[in-house]
Structures are given as C-alpha cells and as structure tokens.
Design a protein around this ligand. Structure first.
Ligand code: PGA
Length: 256
C-alpha cells in the first residue's frame, strides 16, 4: 500500500486531482470508478476547474459509480445519480452514455446487478477506483459482515450508516434502508484503488483498515490485499495510526 499523509483536506484533494488528471491525460479513454459522499467533493471541484481551464478532456472517459440507494429515482436530490450530475458530470464534457450508476428503481435488482457487472467487464474493467471509507470501515455500501468476495448486489444499510447519512435526509428514518452496491470482489478487480479519508471521525476506521487484521467486519481492510492501493489521508484521519508514515513517502505508481 502506498499511504500519503497531508496536513489538511485541501492538500489531500490537490494530490487526488493530480493523480486522476494524470491518468486522464495519459489514457483519455480510461475507466474511472467514482464514489459519492463528502470526501471526494474537493477532487470533483478540481476536476471541474481542470476541465474549465482546458487541461482535461472527458469526452472518452467512462465512469462507474460504486452504489445507489434503492427506491430513490435519479431525480431525487439525495440520489447518487443526482449527486454525481450536480457535483461533476453536468460541469464537464462527459458523454452521458459513458456514465454508469446502479439504478435503485429497477424491479429485478438481481438481473440489474448482473447487468452492471457485465458493463464493467465489457470495457475491460476499471482503471482507477476512487473510494471513501465509512466511520464503520465500510467500502461503498459493503457494510460489516459483507462477504469479501461479494459482487454487485443489494445490501441492507447498517444503523451506523443510516445515522451517518441522516444529515442529508433530515432524519435517520428518512434514509433508505437498502442500497445497490458494487461488491468487495468487484472493487478489488479495479486495476488501481485511490482511497481518500479526511477528519477525526475516520481515524479509527483508517487505523483498522491499514493496521488491523483483514476482516469482513471492516470491509476496507481488504485493500491490504490489493496490489495498487493508494491511500491519501489528512493528518486527522491519520491521527490514530501506530505506524505513522510521515517521512519516506515513496513515489506514486506509474499510471498507464
Ligand atoms: P463521506 O462518506 O465521504 O461522506 O464521509 C464515506 C463513506 O461512507 O463511504
């Protein structure tokens, strides 16, 4: 694992931008895995600015999002469809037919999940998957107890996740109970992982992810088994690490 620690969220986001922008320039038809949540917003803002400055061309970029709530139509302000269009896609020259998110409104969820996996395979897999981490150590909506070999499927959201996301819905009760999420097995097939974590609320989960034993109870621990897992932390998210990687930052992976 390559772990880099930054003084604050802005420098972390700047680094994430540098890595994603490099990939887009080197491989204009790259396949990016996107995540929702507060953490990648600094990166998305910079991607929009990079596009506006003429530094980035998204016309051939293909995207897959990690997850979507079941029961929310794409137009719902809290749906992840809406989040991605409002915060990124509508501001850049992405081809809408290259954008993929699970659809939380389908009747046959199982068939839809199989179809989603097939779409990822059809483009020869994800080059770089951006990830956040939940305070409970989840990756995407792979809640504690998720099979480490899981594929895209429906998951019941944990109490902790619904509580963490209540801030967007006004109350915990209003948070959907289920989501469609890429599985841990799906995420692990991405050629590179770029995981971002910021703030004290993530410090315990980050410690478990990087220093704890691999466990289905903390799905993010699986990144220890990935060949190219790149983790960007701010000082607060890194504050509980026993092995603090402050010095001796190694070179980033060559992106091709
Ligand atoms: P956050 O969510 O970026 O809003 O903290 C991350 C997650 O729950 O995976």
């Amino acid at each position: 694992m390559l772990v880099e620690i930054f003084p604050d969220y802005e420098t972390l986001s700047e680094r994430a931008y540098e890595l994603v922008a490099t990939l887009i320039r080197r491989k204009p038809n790259c396949v990016l895995g996107f995540a929702t949540g507060s953490t990648p917003l600094g990166l998305y803002r910079r991607l929009v600015e990079g596009y506006r400055r003429g530094e980035l061309d998204f016309s051939k970029v293909v995207t897959f999002n990690l997850d979507e709530y079941v029961g929310l139509p794409p137009s719902h302000p809290q749906s992840y469809h809406h989040f991605m269009w409002a915060n990124l896609f509508q501001h850049i020259n992405i081809n809408p037919s290259n954008v993929h998110l699970p659809n939380g409104m389908v009747d046959d969820i199982e068939a839809h999940c199989d179809w989603y996996e097939e779409q990822i395979r059809r483009v020869d897999g994800i080059d770089l998957q951006i990830l956040g981490i939940g305070p409970n150590g989840h990756l995407a909506f792979n809640e504690p107890g998720s099979s480490l070999g899981s594929r895209t499927r429906i998951k019941t959201l944990s109490r902790a996740t619904r509580r963490a996301n209540a801030r967007f819905f006004g109350s915990e009760e209003a948070v959907p109970r289920h989501a469609i999420t890429m599985g841990i097995g799906t995420i692990m097939e991405a050629r590179r992982l770029l995981l971002l974590a910021s703030g004290r609320a993530k410090a315990r989960a980050v410690r478990a992810m990087l220093e704890g034993p691999i466990s289905a109870m903390v799905s993010a621990t699986i990144v220890q088994l990935h060949r190219y897992a790149h983790v960007l932390l701010d000082a607060e998210a890194a504050s509980e690490l026993a092995y603090n990687h402050h010095d001796g930052i190694s070179e980033p992976f060559d992106v091709h």
